[in-house]
Design a protein around this ligand. Sequence first.
Ligand SMILES: Cc1cc2nc3c(=O)[nH]c(=O)nc-3n(C[C@H](O)[C@H](O)[C@H](O)COP(=O)(O)OP(=O)(O)OC[C@H]3O[C@@H](n4cnc5c(N)ncnc54)[C@H](O)[C@@H]3O)c2cc1C
Length: 386
Amino acid sequence: MSQTAEVVIVGAGIVGSSIAYHLMAAGCRNVLLLERESATGKGSTGKSMGGVRAQFSTPVSIQMSLYSIPFYSSFEERLGYPCDYRPQGYLFCATSDRHLAYLRTNFEKQVQLGLKNVRLVEGDEIRAMFPLLRGDDIVGGSFCTTDGFVDPYSAMNGFLTWAADHGATLWKNAAVTGIVKDNRGIATVETTRGPVATRKVVNCCGAWAAEIAKMVGLDLPVTPLRRMLVPSEPFDQFPHTAPMIIDMSNGFHFRPESRGFLLAWNDPEETAGFKTEFDPAFVEKILTCAADRVPVFADLPVNPKRAWAGLYEMTPDHHPILGEAAGVPGFFLANGFSGHGVMHAPATGRILSDLILTGKTDLIDVSLLGLDRFASGRLIHETAVL
Ligand SMILES: Cc1cc2nc3c(=O)[nH]c(=O)nc-3n(C[C@H](O)[C@H](O)[C@H](O)COP(=O)(O)OP(=O)(O)OC[C@H]3O[C@@H](n4cnc5c(N)ncnc54)[C@H](O)[C@@H]3O)c2cc1C
């Protein structure tokens, strides 16, 4: 077997790319990324809304954002490539006292962990900031100015290009078809471009991660869930400086994109599965939510042909599964981001690079995110999922 690698990363989306960058930056010399498609970014990364936020409900999610968002804000200085970080904020709009209490509890955790730019806002302040929102039922909210958006494709590309500039190798059209173990753990990765000898493999296959885990006998609780986004045509009747605005009454949210707006909503009728076709019936559903919260959106021009669908990679507790799998030495997991893989990619890269190269990390308590938490019932539920 002629091809060998110190670390093989399976899947060259934003997560695999960030891990490659962090490994190379930490001094690893022989990293091989395997991507089954002829181009990178064709998984969930290229379909993402690009939202980045630290307004989460669990300490570990908040800590991952506290590394990732400053990383994105200094991305170009560090890597020399842009990621188009726009700190326009996330504004959660509460429409009940229960929502408000939830936001207050989260706010206290976020501040305690060191988030500086988050604050609770009164209903009147939201109405004054955005008079075009229907605000009669908004009782308050929370706003963080360093939350915002990135361009996921540019960020992925920046990580990948930097890693390649520093000696990492990317194989496209290289689907992983099998993983062979020996008595020391991982031995060979079989691909459509031939076998690769390695002792360390990282599963970065997004919504398809369970297939790769099965190759080493692991049952990975990561399920695909369709997620649809609707962009509008150019529209100037709402400010383009707006943050991501979340209507907590139904989860509808939107942000400025190009000369229009990008609309998102988690349809409660959606069911799990590898469905990536956009359903035209979704347009009417989401425009109903949009016009309800932003009356001028009743005139929002939308071309359904420009809308798209992709896959969230869901875990039962909406936290990722990170680290080396117990019982399979050399097999690392970076999966199940439950819709937060872009915003948490920088932290994931650092954590996996630490674990692969040194066996530990000080960024988070990674034992909280191990695969074994499902069998032992130690789930930690993230509820701030959009
Ligand atoms: C509509 C939508 C909106 C989203 N919005 C946000 C958001 O606002 N913020 C946020 O943080 N996240 C968001 N997400 C989630 C985010 O996009 C994902 O969490 C993230 O892209 C996951 O990155 P990844 O690299 O793990 O997976 P992917 O980008 O899916 O990459 C996995 C790669 O593995 C490859 N692969 C699979 N099987 C094999 C194989 N056998 N051999 C070789 N290669 C293989 C695939 O081709 C793919 O390129 C959104 C997702 C969607 C669909």
